[in-house]
Design a protein around this ligand. Structure first.
Ligand code: ARG
Length: 485
């Protein structure tokens, strides 16, 4: 057979090959079954590229228009689910290029002028991530808003504060909810920050070193809404830290949500009985008719595992790679999509769970008013009367041990009994050991006193309102009307 007759069937890179690809390698290397999700971004990038090629004269105006319109037709086909993806054509990029050539004829073969799949895929993932950052950002704002609303709704309700899952000091329930709001606010900052690092347009980097053809990447960047070009072509095709950053953001966020889920699960247990999830956000048991299970929260906790795994997967893929592009990098997409999908699945559920959570305020109050929780307040009382804190701590501990022996709460001891353990104690201690007094006393910045929590809530609310206004200005900017988005 001559080279002409045995060129690898349908391969866009087939020129130097004889014989066809082993089906096992074909099966290994195909990625279209997952990277088809980049299709609309790929088309957006290709259209900008084709427009630029027309402007600089690498294509005629007619050719450039033909390509742009042909791609538009393919876009419609994809959006209506009428595009047939061919695994034999390897990936989304080659599928689209082959389909374009089939549709508009040999002009389609000019689209890849001055471009490599290496800079093409770097652009596509960047565009995908830009849209995803926007969508996840909106979902996250929703959850933060639900937390603030709930914190406002529960007013000054107390609950026990825990360290080591042991009663520590009383706190406001709102304070506990706002702790999560603060973590998520930082997550949102991390996400926004990452958005800035996505603002580099990689096209023009070619396979690794740029191109000798007279292109105008600034034109492409403007067209696609990027402010800057990638500074280094090797970095542009081989760097994946923006994806890693998103996966790290996702892993941290899911870790926060997993802790929140754990709290909800504990609160909804019979032992705690602090809260109940609404029926529509709970599940039953196939065997035990009485069960009402917090499966949603458990999955929220469980799915943190895969999202953390996605980060570790990509870190591991990238860590040993010499510069520049290596095919290993194709393994970046599934973890990326999976983290994005998981976040988009979990965040709205978490928002509903927080909004629907019903609290048993009486149980919370009784638990907050535990028999020995005023111990720190007793020590502080002594400190105010000149007792060194270490000694005060010790004396209050002796008082606790005495009360335990007498089977009494700390506040049930008489002044004489207290004085035996803590000589400097005064009568006013009894006012200081009530639940409202213990709460009000912790009025430091960020503390649990109703006044501090009210300030915290107000600041968090103002910040959130500002962020919602900012995001609204740009909403939908980067998200194509994909059936999945
Ligand atoms: N599907 C490939 C990826 O996702 C596209 C780039 C292929 N480049 C190459 N030199 N084989 O990484």
């Amino acid at each position: 057979m001559t080279a002409k007759t045995v060129i690898k069937k349908d391969k866009l890179w087939g020129g130097r090959f004889f014989g066809s690809t082993d089906y096992l390698l074909e099966r290994l290397s195909t990625s279209v079954n997952f990277d088809y999700r980049l299709a609309l971004f790929d088309i957006e990038g290709s259209q900008a590229h084709a427009r630029m090629l027309g402007e600089v004269g690498l294509l005629t105006c007619d050719e450039s228009c033909k390509i742009v319109l042909g791609l538009e037709k393919l876009k419609k086909k994809i959006q209506t689910g009428n595009f047939n993806w061919d695994p034999g054509a390897e990936d989304v990029h080659m599928n689209l290029e082959l389909a374009l050539t089939e549709l508009i004829g040999p002009t389609g073969k000019k689209l890849h002028t001055a471009r490599s799949r290496n800079d093409q895929v770097a652009l596509d993932t960047c565009l995908y991530l830009r849209a995803t950052v926007e969508q996840v950002g909106v979902d996250l704002l929703g959850l933060r808003e639900a937390l603030l609303d709930k914190a406002a709704a529960v007013k000054d309700a107390p609950m026990p504060g825990y360290t080591h899952l042991q009663h520590a000091q009383p706190i406001l329930l709102a304070h506990h909810l706002l702790a999560y709001a603060q973590m998520l606010s930082r997550d949102q900052e991390r996400l926004n920050n990452l958005g800035q690092r996505l603002d580099y347009m990689p096209l023009g980097s070619g396979a690794l070193s740029g191109t000798g053809l007279p292109i105008d990447p600034e034109r492409v960047a403007r067209d696609l809404g990027f402010s800057r070009l990638s500074e280094n072509s090797l970095d542009a095709v081989a760097g994946r830290d923006h994806l890693l950053e998103f996966l790290a953001f996702g892993a941290i966020l899911m870790t926060h949500l997993s802790r929140l889920a754990e709290d909800l699960i504990l609160w909804c247990s019979q032992e705690f009985a602090f809260a109940e999830l609404p029926d529509e956000l709970s599940t039953g048991s196939s065997m035990m008719p009485q069960k009402k299970n917090p499966d949603g929260a458990e999955l929220m906790r469980g799915k943190a595992g895969r999202v953390i795994g996605n980060l570790v997967t990509l870190l591991t893929v990238v860590k040993g790679l010499p510069l520049s592009y290596n095919r290993d990098l194709q393994e970046d997409k599934e973890p990326l999509f999976d983290t994005a999908d998981t976040l988009r699945l979990i965040l709205p559920v978490a928002t509903k769970m927080i909004a629907g959570l019903k609290f048993n305020f009486e149980r919370l109050r009784l638990a907050a008013d535990g028999p020995y929780t005023p111990a720190t307040d007793l020590a502080d009382h002594l400190v105010r009367r000149g007792v060194p804190f270490r000694e005060a701590h010790n004396q209050a501990g002796v008082a606790v041990a005495y009360a335990l022996k007498k089977n009494k709460a700390l506040a049930e001891l008489t002044l004489d009994e207290l004085k035996r353990c803590c000589p400097k104690v005064e009568k006013s201690i009894f006012d200081e050991m009530t639940l409202p007094a213990m709460l009000a006393a912790r009025s430091t910045f960020g503390g649990t006193a109703p006044s501090s929590v009210a300030r915290q809530l107000k600041t968090a609310r103002l910040k959130l309102i500002w962020e919602i206004q900012e995001i609204k200005k740009g909403i939908g900017r980067y998200v194509p009307s994909h059936p999945e988005s």
